[in-house]
Write a protein that binds this ligand. Structure first.
Ligand code: SF4
Length: 356
C-alpha cells in the first residue's frame, strides 16, 4: 500500500466533523477556507454556521452591506478576509453568473484567494489535483522527506508543491489534501507529534533519523513591537462617539472609540485628549481612567488605555475616520468593533455610573 493510500485511509477513519465537510459545495468550502486562515477549526465552526445561515448563497452575500458581513465576522480577526470575501462575492455574481470558478489560476484572480486557498477550493470542492501547501503541509513533508530547506522561502514552497503533484494525482485530491492538513493538525504537530499513530511513520525520514523537532527549518521569529494606545469613550447627551476605520486600513470598516498612539513622555490621559482633538476636532476633558486592555495582533501587541471623557467644545469633524457617529448604548452593539474595543464596550455596559 502506498503512503498516499495509507494517508487517505487514516483521514477517512479519523477526520473531525466539520459542517463544510458534510456538504462540500464550492461556496461553503470557500467561506470555510477564508475563515480558517490563521484560525482554529473549533473557533471557526460557530462563525461558519452563523454566516451560512445569514448568507446562504454567494448572491445573498454579494447583496448584503459590508457592515453586516463585518458584524458577523466580529471577533474572528483578520478582517481583510471578510472584506475580500464580500468583494469577491460581488465579482462572482457580476462576472461569473453567481458560480464560483473551479480553475486554480482563475480562482486566484478573486480578492483574498492566494495559491493556498485556491488549491484548497479547487481540490476539495471540484476534485482537481492541485496540492495545498500551508504551514501544516510544510511541517509534515519537510519531516516526512527530511528536507532542511528554509520553509519561509518561496523556492522551498514551490519545490514541495511540485513534488506533491504526482501524489495528489494518484488518489482522491480532496481526501489527500484534507488528509495532510488533518494529519498536521492532529498528529504531526509542531512540538509533540504522536508518531506512533501516524500512517506515514514507516517511510518518515525525520522519524528514522531522530530529526523530528529540528524540522521544519524557518527564520527566527522577530521581536514583536508593542504600542500603548489611548482611546476616549466620549459622552454627549447619553450617547458615545464612535468612528469607522477607513477601508484601506488594518481593521478597515470596523468601528472604534477615537484615540491613537501614545508618544514618548506623554501621560496616557494627555494622549487621549490630543488624539481626540486631532481625529475629531473636539476638545474634551478626562473624567476618569476607565479600563486597560491588552491585545495581541499577528505582528504587534497593544495596551489600550480607555478613558471616560466629556465634551468641552469644538466642531465635530471626521479627520481620520471615514465616519463619526453618536450612538446610544442600546444601539452600539449593532456595530462591528475590533476585539480590544469590544472589551471596552463590555466594561462600558457594566459601568452604570457612565449612564449619568
Ligand atoms: Fe510527523 Fe512523526 Fe508522522 Fe513523521 S512519523 S510525519 S514526524 S508524525
Amino acid at each position: 500500500m502506498t503512503w498516499e493510500s495509507r494517508l487517505i485511509d487514516w483521514f477517512k477513519a479519523n477526520q473531525r466533523v466539520m459542517p463544510w465537510r458534510s456538504n462540500p459545495q464550492p461556496y461553503y468550502v470557500w467561506v470555510s477556507e477564508m475563515m480558517l486562515q490563521q484560525t482554529q477549526v473549533d473557533t471557526v465552526i460557530p462563525y461558519f454556521n452563523r454566516f451560512i445561515t445569514r448568507f446562504p448563497t454567494v448572491k445573498s452575500l454579494a447583496e448584503a452591506p459590508l457592515d453586516d458581513v463585518l458584524k458577523l465576522w466580529e471577533g474572528l480577526g483578520y478582517y481583510s478576509r471578510a472584506r475580500n470575501l464580500h468583494k469577491a462575492a460581488g465579482i462572482v455574481v457580476q462576472g461569473h453568473k453567481s458560480i464560483l470558478p473551479s480553475d486554480y489560476d482563475e480562482l486566484q484572480t478573486l480578492p483574498g484567494l492566494g495559491p493556498y486557498c485556491a488549491a484548497a477550493i479547487t481540490s476539495i470542492a471540484f476534485g482537481h489535483p492541485v496540492p495545498v501547501v500551508d504551514g501544516n503541509v510544510l511541517r509534515v513533508f519537510t519531516r516526512f522527506w527530511g528536507i532542511f530547506e528554509n520553509i519561509t522561502k518561496q523556492t522551498t514552497r514551490k519545490m514541495l508543491f511540485n513534488r506533491l503533484i504526482s501524489s495528489v494525482e494518484s488518489v482522491d485530491p480532496s481526501d489527500f489534501n484534507q488528509g495532510i492538513m488533518e494529519l498536521g493538525a492532529l498528529v504531526c504537530t509542531p512540538r509533540n507529534p504522536t508518531c506512533d499513530s501516524c500512517p506515514l511513520q514507516s517511510d518518515c525520514v525525520a522519524y528514522a533519523t531522530g530529526h523530528i523537532l529540528k524540522l521544519p527549518v524557518k527564520d527566527k521569529a522577530k521581536p514583536v513591537p508593542h504600542y500603548n494606545i489611548s482611546v476616549g469613550v466620549v459622552w454627549l447627551n447619553n450617547k458615545v462617539l464612535i468612528g469607522k476605520r477607513k477601508e484601506d486600513q488594518m481593521l478597515g470598516g470596523l468601528w472604534e472609540f477615537p484615540g491613537g498612539k501614545h508618544e514618548e513622555g506623554e501621560e496616557f490621559s494627555d494622549t487621549c485628549v490630543r488624539e481626540i482633538k486631532e481625529e475629531t476636532g473636539l476638545a474634551i476633558e478626562i473624567e476618569k481612567q476607565y479600563c486597560i486592555v491588552k491585545h495581541a495582533y499577528s505582528h504587534f501587541k497593544i495596551t489600550l488605555h480607555a478613558f471616560k471623557c466629556q465634551v468641552l467644545g469644538g466642531e465635530l469633524e471626521a479627520k481620520s475616520a471615514s465616519e463619526l457617529k453618536w450612538v446610544s448604548l442600546d444601539d452600539v452593539d449593532t456595530y462591528a468593533f475590533p476585539k480590544a474595543n469590544k472589551v471596552v464596550l463590555e466594561h462600558l455596559s457594566k459601568d452604570s455610573t457612565l449612564l449619568f
